[in-house]
Design a protein around this ligand. Structure first.
Ligand SMILES: Nc1nc2c(c(=O)[nH]1)N[C@H]1C(S)=C(S)[C@@H](COP(=O)(O)O)O[C@H]1N2
Ligand SMILES: [Mo]
Length: 337
């Protein structure tokens, strides 16, 4: 993002795809989460089948994952009229700077990440702090499939079928105190398995940190994902546990989480710390507020090539305005970008 000279293909969205090449209506149906559960996509087979998506590469998963999958609620939320991004693109065009700065680096290098055993620390302003084995951390909650748009601040996007648990339910369970106003998330720091943390390109002050206001974190759209495309998360996508906040730019959706802290003050976050003029704390997807170096009005939807760039309009809050706009009433979104 900051450290790379942006590729022309990342940022030049002025060459517009003819209107007919993309769909005009692409918002979610209805205003409530229950109303969002639509069955517009083709039937995908039965729960627990490894090959729920045609082009998926099966991966290895810890034992607990299969039983969660058997009980999963499939397509609890989806997007209507937009194709799911091919698995190949979602797993070979990634940002995960711990494994290198180029889009192909995470797929090439993240095999070294050891995701089992994994534990998550919950601390700070909570009644029930603790360190949980990932299996125990996930166990109490319903696994749901959420098909969400993912819009990177670099102006490309995908549609990804995540498998995750409700962040709000997790937070309720650990009992935030009256002082808790923000949630801070931290990625694993392990230079041995993360070459990006060893290399000189890293202006990043590891570990990668992200944060949400507590009310944002409690929004039903926010999930902690453990899988995608009907299987466990590939390492390059943030295994074994990552945040997904679909109305915000992708960099908020922090990967490979080891620590969740409830805090009183707004936490310092990685990209805001590196370039506060370019990346804000809120980072809500907003087609009317441009990045200083490029427009945010449009995006390249993957798969995207020179002949078929597949450009479409970016939607306010990435198409989730009905669900999240009320979080920001009275807030100047131009100042709080
Ligand atoms: N720890 C960590 N989390 C991260 C990143 C990262 O570099 N490190 N990149 C972010 C960015 S910029 C994006 S767009 C998304 C990409 O998620 P994906 O590769 O699963 O599509 O992850 C986000 N989470
Ligand atoms: Mo991103």
């Amino acid at each position: 993002m900051l450290i790379k000279i942006p590729r022309t293909s990342d940022c030049k969205l002025s060459d517009v795809t003819p209107e007919a090449l993309y769909l005009s209506r692409r918002h979610l149906l209805g205003g409530t989460l229950a109303g969002l559960a639509v069955g517009a996509l083709p039937r995908l087979g039965v729960a627990g089948e490894a090959s729920r998506y045609a082009d998926v590469e099966p991966g290895t998963a810890p034992g607990w994952f299969a039983s969660k999958l058997d009980a999963a609620r499939w397509q609890a939320v989806t997007v209507q009229g937009e194709a799911i991004t091919p698995f190949k693109d979602a797993t070979h065009y990634n940002n995960f700077y711990e494994f290198g700065p180029d889009k192909g680096d995470p797929a090439a290098n993240a095999g070294s990440l050891k995701t089992e055993p994994w534990s998550v620390v919950v601390d700070g302003e909570v009644g029930k702090p603790g360190r949980y084995a990932l299996e125990d951390f996930v166990k109490p909650y319903q696994l749901e499939e959420r098909i969400y748009r993912l819009r990177c601040v670099e102006a490309w996007s995908m549609v990804i079928p995540w498998l995750g648990i409700s962040l709000a339910q997790v937070l309720k369970q650990v009992e935030p105190t009256s002082k808790a106003r923000y949630v801070r998330f931290e990625t694993l720091q392990d230079p041995k398995s993360m070459p990006g943390q060893r290399s000189g390109f890293a202006l990043i002050n590891w570990p990668y940190v992200e944060g949400l206001r507590l009310d944002e974190a409690m929004n039903p759209l926010a999930i902690l994902a453990v899988g995608m495309y009907g299987r466990a998360l590939p390492n390059q996508n943030g295994a074994p546990l990552r945040l997904v906040v679909p109305w915000k730019y992708g960099f908020k959706s922090i990967k490979s989480i080891v620590r969740i802290s409830l805090v009183a003050e707004q936490p310092g976050t990685t990209w805001q710390g590196l370039a506060p003029d370019e990346y804000g704390f809120y980072a809500n997807v907003n087609p009317t507020v441009d990045h200083p170096r490029w427009s945010q009005a449009r995006e390249r939807r993957l798969p995207s090539g020179l002949l078929s760039p597949n450009v479409r309009d970016t939607l306010m809050f990435n198409g989730y305005a009905d669900e999240v706009a009320s979080l920001y009433s009275g807030l100047d979104l131009r100042k709080n970008y």
